[in-house]
Every structure is written in C-alpha cells, then in structure tokens.
Design a protein around this ligand. Sequence first.
Ligand code: PLP
Length: 381
Amino acid sequence: MKSYNIPFNKPGLAGNELAYIADALQRGHISGDGAYTKRCHEWLERELGVARALLTTSCTHALELAALLLDVQPGDEVIVPSFTFVSTANAFVLRGAKPVFIDIRPDTLNLDERLLEAAISSRTRAIVPVHYAGVGCEMDRITAIARDRGIAVVEDNAHGILGKYKGRELGTFGSLAALSFHETKNLVCGEGGALLINDASYTERAEILREKGTDRSRFFRGQVDKYSWIDVGSSYLMSDMLAAFLWAQMEHAAEIRDKRRRIWTRYRGELAAWAADHGAGLPFVPEHCEQSHHMFYLLLPDLRTRTALIEHLGGRGILSVFHYLPLHLSPMGVKFGGRAGQCPVTENVSDRLLRLPFYNDLTEAEQSEVIEAIRSWTWTS
Ligand SMILES: Cc1ncc(COP(=O)(O)O)c(C=O)c1O
C-alpha cells in the first residue's frame, strides 16, 4: 500500500490517555460502566444538556439501540438521506424497516427538509437527519413536521459533537441522538459512540437493552438485589479502558475544538480565491449554525477533475479521500427500490466531493503543503 507524508487522518492524543488507561487497570474495573464511563456520561450530559448519555461501542450501535427503543418493526419506514454512511440506514434495516432515501440540500449537503412531507407515509416511524460535516440540519422544520405526524426524530450526530443549530446543541432535538468517537471524529477513542436521550421516558429501557436485556444497571446502583433478564438486548457497553482514553479527550475538548477551527478557517481563507477561479465549491455554513469543524471538503467541477486532483495530491505524498457513494444506488439500496435519478443532488455531489487532510495535529507546515499543492495544480478541461 502506498504511504503518504501527509495522511488523511491521524488520531491525536490530548495528553492523559495512557495515564488514564493505566489508572483504569489499577482500579481493577476495565469492563463497561466503570469510573471513566461515569465521568464521560456526566460530561456529555452537562456539556450537551441531554437528559441521559450512554456510551456505546460505536455510533452504529447507538443507532441500533435507538431502533430497538423505538420498537421499529418489519414493514416500518425510516427516512434517511441517501448521502450518508451505511449505518444511518442499516441500524433500522436490521429491525426489518425499509429505508426511504431522500435527497440533500445543495448548500449544506444535509437532508433536504423540503422533500420530507412527500416522503412520509402511514408506515413512517422515524426521520434520521445527519448533521453532515457537523453543520446542523434545518431542525425547526424537521421537528415540526415530525411532531405533527407523531414520527420520531433520531439525530445521527456522528460528525457534529459541540456543534449548534440556532444556539442549541446538536443532538438535543430528536428524542434520541447518536455520537461517534471513531478515530476519524473530533473526539476519539478508537471505536466508540454514545446514545443521547432527550425523551427521558426511554432512559430505563435504554439501560436494559444496552446491558444484554438485563437490569444490571439498577443492580449496580443498589436498586435491586439481583439482576435478571427483562427484555431483548445486546452488549453495547464501551470498555472502561476506552472510556479512560475518551475522558482524556473530553478534558481537552475546548483545545481540540480550537485546533480544528484554526485548520478549517485557514483552508477556507487560503483556498477561497483558488476555488472561485476554478469553479470549485467550498463548505457552506448558514449564519444560524455553529459547526463542529469536523471536515474540510472541496466540490470539484466533475468526477474527472476530482480524480485528477486526488492523483496530483497523491503524487506529492498527500492523501485526500472522497465519500459517500449514494446509498440508494448501492447493491442494498437498489434492493429497496433505489434507482438512478432518484436523488440528483446526492448523485452529483458524490462524484465531486473531495475531503482534505484534517486532524488535530496537522501542522502549519503540512497544511501549507496541502494548500500549495492545490493552488499549483492546473488541469485541462
Ligand atoms: C454519518 C455517520 N453515521 C454513523 C457513522 C458510524 O460511526 P461508527 O463508526 O462510530 O459506528 C459514521 C461513521 O463514519 C458516519 O459518518
């Protein structure tokens, strides 16, 4: 495999990760719901203002928990953007639901709320907005439509921790929301996630489903004298060793946020003129959104220019990547009736979007190299 001087992602250490893992070992509790998990839960509940936060093994698993909590059944429909990671849809498909793919807005690349009403049917159980790149979806409209129809909203906030929409934290709009701490995200622990619960009526059952269908959480709190099998469930707890790693990141969340903001702002500032001259688009952040600075992308004129730029950057030892392939056109999406032309913005953007190297410890010199490589690139159309 080709190696790159400037990778696309590099998980960064905030400082105390190894010390806290050693401490977790010393405490003799490295399974789930130990001292570090508790700290992470309290931090999330305080910083985000959610009723309850539960660490999970991934964002995918937090979404699966959400689907279980909503009692999604075979034949139910769940509305998701086509331009997203597979887990947004798969978590509900696992329960037998049919994903209904809708297109994205051409400006923020978020689920287009203007298409929602036409996509709703009597079988719609949930809407899953994804705050793409940590820029908030139009939550006023989405929650109003969902409320009117009695449909649940589950926010996939894998990208947007600490981002805000109209001054309110992303992840606090849906009855449930999911976070990711995968190594490519803003705060990381390798693999990890969290379920955020805003509708407190889900809390007790969420604890049970996450603990293999047992009331072990109540037992640990001394509320029952033995724990038993109560409900369906699975094993969704994060090991306290990973929670120890994550706690070290949470402690320095403000610093991490500042670093990412600096990187994002510099890319935009130094590539704006180049983008205007070359017909390329840059990320759009509405005035009423405070983004999480999760990623920086270019929207190239077409697939050919994107491929050429990837090669040009690769030749200089810089790895740039693209995503997402439209879900409605994937082999699974087609089984659910997906067809070409169904989500034209998604289909177009998917060919043109290019993500630039973006990680907390990207140095000024490395970023200069990336910017210089782009600015010096010429292509013939
Ligand atoms: C929008 C979105 N949702 C969900 C996920 C899944 O996250 P995890 O890897 O923590 O399961 C990702 C992963 O990149 C994602 O981008």
